[in-house]
Ligand binder design. Sequence first.
Ligand code: NAD
Length: 487
Amino acid sequence: MKAQPQASHFIDGEYVEDTDGTVIESIYPATGEVIARLHAATPQIIEKAIASAKRAQKEWASWSPAARGRVLKKAAEIMRERNRELSELETLDTGKPIQETIVADPTSGADSFEFFGGIIATAMNGSQIPLGGDWAYTKRVPLGVVVGIGAWNYPQQIACWKGAPALAAGNAMVFKPSEVTPLGALKIAEILIEAGAPKGVYNVIQGDRETGPMLVSHPDVAKVSLTGSVPTGRKVAGAAASQLKHVTMELGGKSPIVIFDDADIDSAISGAMLGNFYSTGQVCSNGTRVFVHKAIKETFLARLKARTEAILIGDPQDEATQMGPMVSLAQRDKVLSYIDKGKAEGATLVTGGGIPNSVTGEGFYIQPTVFADVTDDMTIAREEIFGPVMCVLDFEDEAEVVERANATEFGLSAGVFTADFSRAHRVVDHLEAGTLWINTYNLCPVEIPFGGSKQSGFGRENSAAALEHYSELKTVYVGMGKCEAPY
Ligand code: NAD
């Protein structure tokens, strides 16, 4: 199986190679096979990408917002037409089952281009401020060249969630996908050119943790938007702060889902499974600490176990497959070591806990795993595992569970399942998180802001709020009379 792109980078409207860069192997997680060999960007490639973006941004920002919007909407249309092809590539890049990628990845990217392409015609308006005789007005202006750095769990979606608002606002973007999933973003760059974007407005360069800092510290870069882990976020935000650059940080989490005894149990189990097993558990907003009221614990666990054991694990290209492998061997090993810690620290293994017998070969498969009787101090309840490992914790009292749910440095997401709507709103009010759900979990349509609080980051993606993070206000004071001075 091969998925070799024409070249490693896409700059100024074309594929570009520099074989002096470190080799990046793209590995198909279901078989362990190398499906493409690319090269990390050399300093020359980085200069070329930023210079091209800098030049293109001036022209792009001079277009009317509606004209920019037309290009983005066209890109959305092309992505929808090529949904199958893009989904198949996403499956090769990540190992996620085609059943998921066909509904969740390019489609979500297309939603983003369509949404920002649509709202931008009115979203860049400023205001007029009367000051007696004088007056002032504000303009919302782009930042310039912005850098996007992606994680490996949603490569195409991240490339679009950052690219769409950035481009809509009149910026140019240099996007660096994760070195683990280098393929999808190149297609997004190609599609934008086909949709009519000027060359250089969206460049993609490959690279790893050595390449990222060169982009972040480049003097011509005005902003960095990172999706990644908290430790990487600290480094990137620190480097950007030293040059006073704008940042958006979409980082990790250890989010709580609180399930009260009056909740619809099957619906709550669906929420907990969605929030732990989708994308083989590799979702930042996952609700990995599931607090279940003691009164329903046994029923909850029995039904959860049966449903978890019925998940179809296997070939991601088979449309019936519900769970594919993890993205890499290293990530699978990391998750297995957390499972060992859970066992060693005394959590009860309800199901899973290892490599499935049903799948043969070299793929990075792992069983969806549920631990019960997890306590707040256990490693598996405190650290982000980023794999299909659900921790079920008991609780009895509302105030107690809120306090325990908040006792973490993370604050990305949270969920509540209950039939009592006053309680639902009261609890979400007290939970410390950026994105919360009541009686559902992990739904992130483009219309709603998405992002974290506390150590999970700052800035918001999606919705009109994202545009504020890719633009700034310019204020103009208009003096209507003679300029007076005391000297
Ligand atoms: P990571 O932090 O290892 O890497 C993220 C990206 O940062 C990669 O492209 C990497 O090459 C780059 N990078 C690493 N060090 C860098 C540096 N010093 N300077 C600049 N760039 C650098 O994360 P990952 O393992 O790819 O992804 C998993 C993490 O991402 C998890 O913690 C997950 O929760 C988080 N995540 C967050 C969101 C969100 O929206 N909040 C979404 C998806 C994933």
